[in-house]
Design a binder for this molecule. Sequence first.
Ligand code: COI
Length: 354
Amino acid sequence: MIAAADINITKVEHSKLKDINLENIPFGKYFTDHMMEVDFEGGEWKNAEIKPYQPLLLAPSLAALHYGQAIFEGIKAYKNTEGEPYIFRPHDNFRRFNISAERMQMPQVPEELFMEGMRQLVELDKNWIPSQEDHSLYIRPFMFSSDEMIGVRPSENYKFMIILSPTGPYYSAPMRIYVEEKYVRAVPGGVGYAKAAGNYGAAMYATAEAKKIGYDQVLWTDAFEHKYVQECGTMNVFFIIGNTAITPDLGSGTILAGVTRESAITLLKEMGFNVEEKSLSIDDIIDAHKAGILYEVFGTGTAATISLIRELRYKDYVMSFDVDKWQTAPELKRQLNAIRYGQMADNHGWMYKV
Ligand code: COI
């Protein structure tokens, strides 16, 4: 097995950073100087390298390109008030990565390789971490099958890689959301709980349809009745109804166990909310809206952080919100950011020092 010390490091001669303005940077468009690449061959991980960010040379018959045996994670690094780099809850993403790997019949990535590789890579490119509010260094670990073969079976070879992208907000403004009742994202027994690349590709058609009629994203509903809400765009979703924060439960395996979701649950409880993880129907949401007790709706995600939803439309019923009057989601975001930027005590041990 590869130990941290076995990661071979080749540094760039000249950093690209001087050509890039880290202020107001768009999400996921620029990549840092280095990347990590490791091969799984003959049943073991080998050739661990951190090297200059560069294209890959891949065969057209590469299995991942044909059958989508590919998974990924999203993690963020921040600088604290002293300018020291920290990563937000990376062990949680590591665990989820291997849950996704298991579901997609891919090898487990050893913790030391994942964590130390990421730490060394972020350490090397730490000058790329933006300091502006709502900005961070987005860390994208991913793995794909790399057999050169087009038979349908799990590969014998894989690549595990990590790339880094300095980044601003993913959804920059409060969103308009269309409640989806035709297409589906996930079914019980499917791969909804895994961060499988195909989940995102499969969501694009419905999202594009919603965009055609002026919506930013869809709120997915269950596959059988289109009644119970699941995720929203690339996010988990929360509803503040009365003094209770409700988010769909993870029980049916259709929902990604978001790290930001989990953090939001913890902070909302500390803020005095009742938090319920349960199945929630669109009818219950509409009833709460009609009763005037649906106060806030927001999404949570690594890329999205906390994103406010200013309109929710189900069939012809439109729920509009005056997000400027909201207190909970903005306060949640403030606290999460304060912990991440080292301005508030990290009582939960969420920040991992690079
Ligand atoms: C994340 O929040 O990190 C995600 O994976 C969403 C994304 C596909 C940008």
